[in-house]
Design a protein around this ligand. Structure first.
Ligand SMILES: [Zn+2]
Length: 462
């Protein structure tokens, strides 16, 4: 009898953990899938919403972390955003597959995935434009073909042309002197953007994201900033000119990591286009203004690339499995790229954490800042760099650092107050908008990492 109960329970369990099948998921289905993965892996996941679409649909995020909902100092935050164009649907399905894969492989103790989840806080948003998706999916079911049906949000706005235009400032600053990082938002920005864009801007301002990819379709190429060319405003035609960021070599590497781990992107010839190595500078392909990836780079610490993943924007269901197998390794390897360069804590003489300290790297005119907990992350290619930390009221500190190809180098700063009579500036982690404070029981990341590294040999592709 107990055997029968056991069989019944196993059948029930099997039904509960039945895999995300290779089919398209409408909104209700997508929400169910996110909660299904969360129910399968409750200790390493969290589902949260960053806001609502025009039609009131939630913009859901599935988070993976060994401490969901908590920022652990020195553990980087990384994100994937899919389906920003409602009719470009492959990214949405790939991110659902990825969610299930991370959960299952963690449960199977796949050491590569265990290490990734323990060392990284991963945020996955399968759809930034759920309203557009419903329009595209309905048209697909009625066999109404249209290249742009469902692309925009419910107000008819292209969300990847809807972010505040910060590029204009940097082109001005490049000529006249001035920063190209952490450029401020216009005062009235909320009235200029759509609800989905506003939710995403508030989201990316509230986490200290380090690395990101935005998943699209209609071509097969990894596209890196800038998207907007210098001569964008030339009347009558769109100037296309390679418009690199100060981090151009790093962005090219990030794009190549994806294209070469992808089944065929690196081959270059796809969808009737040719891109050497399967990568392109955005502006040199076609210039676009008010895009999300340029905004990430110019306003936050986040380095984002845009992945074009399929010739057909709405692939047939029968193609989804092949697409998943072609993208799986690339999706994992890209997440792993967040663990490179340098990272560390910025503190004062009394070991108080300093938020918003500026980390500058000699020769690269693009600074990053420390987060609310005083930790910073600076992606860098292998090499030797001069790195300076500065904070208002403190003397700058400069060190020389050699970065290797694998693990990020830990570089902490302890800044001395420049004016002894100044009031002590005490910055400690608070429970503000960046999430809950790390509980005392959590060990420092570096200590645990050393331990896991010693125990776990590196594994190849999962
Ligand atoms: Zn797109």
């Amino acid at each position: 009898m107990s055997d029968l109960v056991s069989i019944f329970l196993h059948l029930l369990l099997f039904k509960l953990v039945a895999p995300v099948t290779f089919r398209h998921h409408r909104y209700d289905d997508l929400v169910r899938m996110l909660y299904k993965v969360h129910n399968e892996c409750p200790h390493i996941t969290r589902v949260y919403s960053i806001g609502r679409s025009v039609k009131g649909r939630h913009l859901y995020v599935l988070e993976f972390s060994d401490y969901p909902g908590i920022h652990e100092p020195l553990e980087p935050e990384v994100k994937y955003v899919g389906n920003m164009h409602g009719n470009e649907v492959l990214g949405r399905e790939l991110l659902l597959q990825l969610s299930e894969f991370l959960c299952e492989e963690f449960r199977n103790r796949n050491q590569r995935i265990v290490r990734l989840v323990e060392d990284t806080r991963i945020h996955i948003m399968p759809s930034m434009n759920p309203d557009g998706y419903e329009v595209a999916a309905a048209a697909q079911e009625r066999d109404i073909s249209g290249y742009l049906v469902g692309r925009n949000n419910a107000n008819g706005v292209d969300l990847n042309r809807n972010f505040p235009d910060l590029n204009t400032y940097i082109y001005y600053n490049e000529k006249n002197g001035g920063p190209n990082h952490h450029l401020p938002l216009p005062d009235n920005w909320k009235s200029q953007v759509e609800p989905e864009t506003q939710a995403v801007i508030q989201w990316i301002r509230s986490f200290n994201f380090v690395l990101s990819a935005n998943l699209h379709g209609g071509a097969v190429v990894a596209n890196y900033p800038y998207d907007k060319s210098l001569g964008h405003r030339v009347r009558g035609f769109r100037r296309t000119a390679n418009t690199p960021t100060p981090d151009d070599k790093l962005f090219q590497k990030l794009a190549k990591i994806y294209s070469y781990a992808h089944g065929w992107m690196h081959q270059g010839w796809n969808c009737g286009d040719y891109f050497p190595d399967g990568i392109t500078n955005g502006a040199s392909w076609y210039s676009l203004s008010k895009g999300m990836q340029d905004f990430n780079y110019l306003h936050t610490n986040c380095f984002e690339i845009t992945l074009e993943l399929s010739c057909d924007k709405f692939p047939l269901q029968g193609e989804l499995q092949r697409e998943w197998l072609g993208n799986r390794e690339a999706l994992i390897q890209f997440l792993e790229q967040v663990h490179q360069g340098i990272k560390g804590m910025v503190r004062d003489e009394n070991y108080n954490n300093l938020a918003d300290a500026v980390i500058s790297v000699g020769g690269i005119n693009h600074d990053v800042t420390s987060g609310a907990h005083g930790d910073y992350f600076r992606l860098l290619l292998p090499g030797t760099y001069t790195v300076t930390a500065t904070a208002p009221g403190f003397d700058p500190e400069t060190v020389s650092v050699t970065v290797g190809p694998a693990e990020p180098k830990l570089v902490n700063f302890q800044l001395k107050r420049s004016t002894p009579q100044a009031a002590p500036k005490r910055k400690i982690p608070n429970s503000g908008h960046r999430g809950r404070v790390l509980p005392k029981k959590v060990q420092p990341r570096a200590a645990r990492k050393k331990e896991t590294m010693m125990k776990q040999p590196q594994r190849g592709p999962a």
